[in-house]
Design a protein around this ligand. Structure first.
Ligand SMILES: Cc1ncc(COP(=O)(O)O)c(C=O)c1O
Length: 432
């Protein structure tokens, strides 16, 4: 064996083998860390706020599987609930009582959801909701906003955020026919007047308007309240459906999601991530008359072998029950603020071209802008400085999302000690 091979870490070895059999060595592109100029973390296990690579090195984790793990990794109560359910059988392909329990929980907590259907991923939830909106309204056009990500269905990969940010700007991927692209219109985010005009001008064509209420796939960028109010009013007026994608924000920013914060009642809501408690589950739901348009009651088809998987339902239910403990969100916010506020104060003191944008336990540290309101701002960020920052954090045992235009996620498992360590590390980087 050459001495060079001896110097390889296990992490490197496994990643090189992964490259031989999985495109890019990853099952979802943003995991690859390519733009960060290093190999990705190959996880071996995780517990609480720590994730371990294949060599056993630990990292304080602020990615938290991109959002589901609001109670941290491998929470004993969630694991126990899943194990109890698993022992009864992992999937049946027939309906179960736990699905009713979970559906009741969701409909009780989110008043806009009168009926809900469970699926296996956020992508599936958004593509099903789009079909339902089109079937229900009898119209084809979908309106979305630049930089918002709704999964990778053909008609939503138009100027999308997250891992597709750097790709082609019309459709965000090869392999999507023009005939499909032409039915999706992508508008500038947080531009109330142009959006209003567009909606009125196309009043008879629009099936639905979809948005992330707090965009998190171009970094955290909240919707301006005036835009949200206008969207609710005008979609109602023109007979289009308002679809709020709460795959990230649902149960993250409060028990009623972002719609609770904005005081808005959408026609359809998408849920994912937290709702599955770390297992593959997502959901879409809304007004009864719209949801009853789905098969077997109605003419819009939608189905799934593992939909409403009992193990995922049990884990999701346990996760949500733990969120219902009084003071949960206030506690998590305090924790998050203890990290973000001193960092923002350092940015202000040093007058750096940077900022933190935050809603609850969801935030992004942007380099190269004092404020990010839309995709144009998000595209102008300082990518080199961020890559340098990512590598610095990684070398010092902190794992953050390997793309600036993403959100950091805090969990209740983050210890004060680890938060203090992270805070000092970030401040040191900003000061140098
Ligand atoms: C807002 C939003 N919608 C939809 C999706 C797609 O979900 P999934 O990755 O489970 O398909 C994501 C994924 O990150 C998301 O952030």
């Amino acid at each position: 064996m050459s001495s060079k091979m001896h110097t390889k870490t296990k992490n490197q070895e496994i990643f090189e083998r992964l490259l031989e059999v999985i495109p890019g060595g990853v099952n979802s592109p943003v995991r690859s860390c390519k733009a960060m100029g290093q190999n990705p973390l190959v996880a071996s296990m995780a517990k609480g706020d720590l994730i371990y690579d294949a060599d056993g090195k630990s990292f304080i984790d602020y990615c938290c599987s991109w959002g589901p793990l609001i109670h941290g990794h491998a929470h004993p109560e969630i694991i126990a609930a899943a194990q109890r359910r698993m022992a009864l059988g992992t999937t049946f392909g027939v309906t179960t009582g736990i699905e009713e329990e979970m559906a009741r929980k969701v409909t009780q907590l989110m008043p806009s959801i009168e009926k809900v259907r469970f699926v296996s991923s956020g992508t599936e939830a958004s593509m099903s909701a789009a079909r339902l909106a089109r079937g229900f309204t009898g119209r084809d056009m979908l309106v979305k906003f630049a930089g918002h990500y709704h999964g990778h269905a053909d008609f939503f990969l138009i100027q999308a955020g997250s891992g597709v940010l750097g790709l082609n700007a019309t459709s965000s991927s090869k392999g999507i026919p023009e005939d499909i692209v032409k039915h999706t219109v992508c508008l500038k985010f947080n531009d109330v007047e142009n959006t209003r005009s567009f909606l009125y001008e196309n009043r008879d064509k629009i099936a639905g308007v979809i948005l992330e209420p707090i965009a998190a796939n171009m970094g955290v960028v909240p919707t301006q309240p005036t835009l949200m109010q206008m969207l609710r009013k005008v979609t109602e007026e023109i007979g289009a459906l308002l679809i709020i994608d709460e795959v990230i924000t649902g149960f993250r920013v409060g028990l009623q999601g972002a719609q609770g914060l904005y005081g808005v009642k959408p026609d359809l809501t998408l849920l994912g991530k937290i709702v599955g408690g770390g297992f593959p589950a997502a959901a879409f739901g809304g007004r009864r008359e719209i949801m009853d348009y789905l098969a077997p009651l109605g003419p819009v088809y939608q189905a799934g072998t593992l939909s409403g998987n009992p193990v995922a339902m049990e884990a999701g239910l346990q996760t949500i029950k733990m969120l219902e403990v009084p003071g949960f969100y206030e506690g998590l916010l305090r924790k998050t603020n203890s990290l973000t506020q001193p960092i923002q104060a350092t940015i202000d003191r040093l007058q750096l071209p940077a900022c933190i944008q935050q809603v609850g336990s969801l935030f992004t540290l942007f380099f190269g802008a004092r404020k990010v309101e839309n995709m144009d701002d998000a595209k102008g960020l300082d990518a080199l400085r961020f890559a340098e920052f990512f590598r610095y954090m990684y070398e010092n045992g902190v794992y953050i999302p390997p793309l600036q235009q993403e959100a950091w996620f805090l969990s209740t498992a983050h210890t004060e000690e680890h938060i203090a360590y992270t805070r000092e590390l970030v401040i040191k980087f900003l000061e140098r």
